[in-house]
Ligand binder design. Structure first.
Ligand SMILES: C[S@@+](CC[C@H](N)C(=O)[O-])C[C@H]1O[C@@H](n2cnc3c(N)ncnc32)[C@H](O)[C@@H]1O
Length: 448
């Protein structure tokens, strides 16, 4: 642990300890105002510092570890997180080959990565994820995890390592590294010129013990362009013993948060979730309408804004700003002319129809998900904790909340009640909007 704290070149004192949010967190030991931590470039890991470290290591192995692994694992489109993962797996191989003597700090950091617990889907077995996929095929974020698992690349990587260097890095250890790196990386600014910055996907030891809470955020990180150090700064006075809380992302997309970090944030405030709809809910004319949505390049997902208070989902809205996927319910002409010609009554009518369709869709999904939740319980009883249950519980909560709100507001065309549930534009809620996620990745998934 001492090596871990030595990365801080500032004079403040911090500690790492159990957090009420679960797992470990970062705490200030004394009242702190302003700077909390200052971490130099030589202690952080991004693709540039890893390359420098790699050169220093002077690996004389017949098949140089990092270079060979980069060729094997990173031969697709460039992806910073993947390259970083490859470096870390490579450093672990070098450690197991006894070539990391004298690199205590890196060794300790690898231990942290290998021990971090992340309750996301990387830890769940494929058959369980596949069963979920059968129920809810359109969740592209969840499907991306399944696709990665199904690709067998981690198995191949583990095999390649043992055949090439005769050391073992087991599949579950590589999964662990992948998940830990994704959950711990930060986007750290890098100065390119006097007024230009880029961001690097970076692991910042010690600072990466800071947990996320958008409502109680009391600190933020930045780059000191003069010294190239990453600094963690308190937003106000933090009293001794308090936990440092940062924001991993200003707008929390719930599925993304779960897939990347293994938890659903429940702090007070607004959050967002994308729900697959067009092409994933089958009703009369659904194929024709889904085709229309696809041709008109409209989102196949519906985006909801969620309001949380005291850890509970208390309200929700369907955010239809710039989403004209419902235009096909008015006419099958191109979206722009439909929207130009449509009367207010027609638009309201189509939105009311959409709300009704979503209601039936959610009813159907609740029934299926409740059965799946029971299946997960039985599976869990035999095989240990399964994180996908978090996803199922969240979806049940979301769908049930929607049905409650439909009951309460009874939205009808021609009355204001419609807009108690649907947002179109010009409202604060609408700011909580992310680019819609398109789900076509699903089409490539193998079904078993
Ligand atoms: C950058 S690490 C923070 C340190 C981590 N808690 C640990 O024990 O090493 C990110 C991980 O912390 C956890 N975490 C962060 N904020 C959280 C929150 N608000 N609620 C629950 N877990 C949180 C999640 O497991 C996430 O993947």
């Amino acid at each position: 642990m001492e090596t871990l704290f030595a990365v801080n070149s500032g004079d403040s004192s911090v500690s790492v300890g159990p957090s009420q949010l679960g797992g470990l967190g970062l705490f200030v030991n004394k009242d702190t105002d302003g700077e909390i931590l200052r971490i130099g470039r030589q202690h952080i890991y991004n693709i540039y510092t890893c390359l420098e470290l790699c050169k220093k290591l002077e690996d004389q192995t017949e098949a140089p570890v990092i270079r060979s692994l980069l060729g094997f694992y990173c031969n697709g489109p460039p992806n910073e997180t993947r390259i970083l993962t490859c470096y870390m797996v490579g450093f672990e191989v070098l450690r197991r080959l006894g070539k990391l003597e004298g690199y205590q700090e890196l060794q300790q950091y690898l231990n942290i990565l290998l021990r971090t617990e992340i309750d996301n889907l990387w830890q769940d077995e494929e058959p369980l994820l596949e069963s979920y996929y059968e129920l809810e095929p359109g969740n592209s974020l969840m499907n991306a995890t399944l696709l990665e698992k199904q690709s067998g690349e981690v198995e191949e990587l583990s095999k390649y390592i043992s055949e090439t260097w005769k050391v073992t890095v087991e599949e579950h250890e590589i999964h662990q590294l992948v998940a830990a790196i994704r959950s711990r990386t930060l986007e750290v600014p890098r100065k390119i010129s006097d007024d230009e910055f880029s961001v690097d996907i970076t692991l910042v030891p010690l600072l990466d013990f800071a947990n996320h809470d958008n409502a109680k955020q009391n600190a933020y990180f930045d780059l000191d362009p003069e010294t190239d150090e990453v600094v963690l700064i308190a937003k106000g006075l933090l009293s001794g013993g308090s936990e440092v809380l940062i924001s991993y992302t200003p707008v929390e997309e719930m599925t993304q948060m779960f897939v990347t970090y293994g938890f659903y944030p429940r702090s007070d405030g607004l959050k967002v979730v994308d729900v697959p709809f067009w092409g994933y809910y089958h009703f009369d004319r659904s194929e024709e309408l889904a085709q229309y949505v696809f041709q008109q390049r409209q989102p196949t997902n519906l985006q909801f804004v969620l309001e949380y208070a005291d850890g509970q989902l208390v309200d929700l809205f369907l955010n239809m700003a710039s989403n004209y996927s419902f235009a096909g319910l008015i006419a099958m002409d191109d979206v722009q002319s439909v929207m130009e010609k449509a009367s207010e009554e027609q638009i309201d009518g189509a939105l009311a129809t959409l709300l009704g369709l979503v209601e039936s869709c959610f009813r159907e999904r609740i029934e299926r998900l409740e059965k799946f939740a029971k299946f997960c319980d039985d599976y869990e009883a035999e095989n240990g904790t399964k994180n996908i249950k978090q996803l199922v519980q969240f979806q049940l909560e979301l769908y049930n909340k929607y049905l409650d709100k439909m009951r309460q507001t009874a939205p009808q065309a021609g009355t204001g009640s419609l807009y108690d549930l649907v947002m179109i534009d010009g409202d604060d809620w609408v700011e909580y909007r992310l680019p819609p996620v398109y789900n076509f990745v699903t089409r490539e998934l193998a079904r078993h």
